[in-house]
Structure formats: C-alpha cells, structure tokens
Design a protein around this ligand. Sequence first.
Ligand code: APR
Ligand code: PHB
Length: 391
Amino acid sequence: MKTKTQVGIVGAGPSGLLLAQLLHRHGIESVVLERQSRDYVLSRIRAGVLERGTVALLEQAGVGERMRREGLAHDGVMLQFDSRLHRIDFRELIDSSVMVYGQTEVTRDLMNARDASGGLTVYEAQDVTLVDFGSDRPRLRYIKDGESHELECDYIAGCDGYHGVCRSSVPAEKIQLFERVYPFGWLGILSRTRPLDEELIYTSHERGFALASMRSHSVSRYYVQCTLEDKVEDWSDDRFWDEFRLRVGPEVAARLETGPSIEKSIAPLRSFVAEPMRFGNLFLVGDAAHIVPPTGAKGLNLAASDVGYLSRALIERYQTGDARALATYSETALRRIWAAERFSWWMTSLMHRFPETTGFDRRVQVAEFNYLSGSRAASTALAENYVGLPH
Ligand code: APR
Ligand code: PHB
C-alpha cells in the first residue's frame, strides 16, 4: 500500500516520539515506524536525569504535566572519593537544577500524547528500508502484518537508535565515525526501596565506580562498575549490595535500604559520534548519531537537544519556506554533541577504575577531586555541564 506524509520518522524512542509531537503542535504531519512493540519499548530501563532544556522541550511538546507532578527537582549532586563527599550545589553555583524523571516515564507520556494527537505510529514495522533519501522523493518501505507498504515523505528523521537502519543506510564513504570503547560496564539494579539520599551520589573507589540514583521516593536505581566479562547471572542481589556497600563506604552504606531487585542489567560504556548528521533529506537524531557513557546522564538530553534543533528547522521550513536551519542542522547539533561527549568522557575518566590504572593515575584522579572540592571555578564548570549547556 502507498501512503504519504510530511516527515517519516524511524523509531519510537524518546527522539522519534518527541519530534513527532513537536511537529504535530505546529501542524506538521508525520508517521512513526517502530520495529518493536509498544510494551517492549516501555520495558527498557534507562537513565532519568533531565536537563532544564529537556524539561522545557517536553513542556513545549505538551507532555510536562505528569513530569511536573511526579518528577523530583534536584538542586545538586554528590561526588564521593574514598569516603570523602563533596556536594556540587547547582542552585548556589549557577542558580539551576535538574529534574529526576525516568526515561521510561517520558516515553510513556509521549506515547499517550501521540495517541491523543491522532498521528499514526506503526509498531512492529518490519524490514524498514530507506529509498532515495538523497533525492527530493525520499520513501520508507516496510512490512506490517505480512503486507508491504511504501511511505512517501518530504524528509526522513532517523531516530532509530544506535543499532538502527538509518545510519547504516548511508554509504560508508559519506560518513565518518568516531569511537571510544571503555574497558568496563555498569551493572544496574532497580529496587522498590527508599533512595539512599535526597540526591544522586557518584562514588569513585579503589574497587571501582558506584552510583546511587532513584526513580521516585520509593524506587531506587543503583549501579556498580563491572568488567566486560561479568554476566548478570554472576551477580546475585546479595553480591550486588555487598559490593555497593564496600564502594560507598560504611557511613553512606549505613543509610542504605536494600531489597530484591526488580530489574538487573549490564550496559557497556561507549563514546561514539557519526558525522555529519544530514544526508540529503535524511537527518540522524539521538542515539542513531551518537552515544555517550552514562556517567553524566547526557544520552536522553542530547537526543532531546537534537530534536529541538531539527523540529525548529522543519517548522521554519514548512512555515516560511526557509531551509537554512535544515542545511545547518548537522553543524549546529554536532557542536553541542561534542561538548557533551567531552564532559561525559571526562566524568567517566575521573570516576572509574581502568584496568591499567597505576598508582600515578589514581593520584591524578584524587588530585582532580581535591581541586573540585576546593575550587568554586572547578565546581561551577561541572555544574554548568551537568545541568546542561544552553541549546
Ligand atoms: N526500524 C524501526 N525502528 C527501529 C529500527 C528499525 N530498523 N531499529 C531500531 N528501531 C527503534 C528501536 O526499537 C527503538 O525503539 O528505534 C528506537 C530508538 O530508540 P532509542 O534507542 O531509545 O534512541 P533515541 O530515541 O534516540 O533515545 C535516546 O535512549 O539509549 C537511550 O541513552 C539514550 O537516553 C538516550 C535515548
Ligand atoms: C539513572 O538514574 O539511571 C542514572 C542517573 C545518573 C546517571 C546515569 C544513570 O549518570
């Protein structure tokens, strides 16, 4: 069957759904094609710290209501090195804050808004294929319930994540990839327990990194750095809690409420950027174009800022015919992406134990922590990046 829309969006993660919603609010029609089922998309547990700019975009998209009600505003974050704590006070340093609200909830709110808008989202769309995206007649082919479909569109937004089809449809000679793979992963658990603290605690310890985070006043999210060889099955809940306690030290551990895990998974850490992000009428957005290690909680926020740039450029194009912002989308987005890549890499390097870490390297990490603790300038630099650089 042949159909037509203005913007064909591949992927119903936060990038694709947020883009669809912002466009809809300006009268621009889109179709979203998603490989997985809706329940599958909602079952993925990801980070949950929203920058101010992300919160503003979600508000603009008309999905801020539950986030305002249930999200937790955090005015600071704690860093801990070998039992010494230092608080980065966003409010005092830069009069700002972040919002703790899970990506899964953001996705759920966006899905509900999409339903209410009447826009079409095709879940379980198989074999999505991009056709002639370099021309002025781009199309998306896919199979749904055994039937072939062709969707003609003005533009294609590749919001299909790191493993998606959009980036891999670009001829190798037209794209440049930059990557750093870290020699460790994060083992994460979710539990129905009271959060350890009112704020997040990032810990660097001789045994490795640990993070105490949360989803609400009654659901916590914890991580410990693990090796790339570790398997989830190797980590009973007891082993996890024991290791976590050792890393955060007795004082912080005394406040820890433990309980059975309701989710447990291991994620490798990677920095990755694809350049450029525009190929004719195909635009890459979010994880399809870049990955950051989770240490600065930038993944979702970077996806949101890409969507911010692309939606504004498309709105301008449809409202005034001016395609200049579309032409510079890649450049504009990449500038901010590299700033967040740098910060995520820096925070990862500061907080983790690398297999090759020597006594020298550890002392340099500790010296950096001492500098952060003693210097308002250094703390301010961290705060500015953590709450998010301007869009
Ligand atoms: N066809 C259709 N859909 C696809 C295809 C395909 N070939 N390949 C992937 N997808 C879908 C995935 O199933 C997923 O639902 O694209 C969606 C991409 O969503 P995300 O991976 O969540 O990426 P994005 O929307 O850019 O969100 C970025 O997700 O991974 C986190 O840290 C990251 O928080 C950040 C956010
Ligand atoms: C999370 O809550 O899952 C989380 C928070 C902060 C991070 C990474 C993950 O830096």
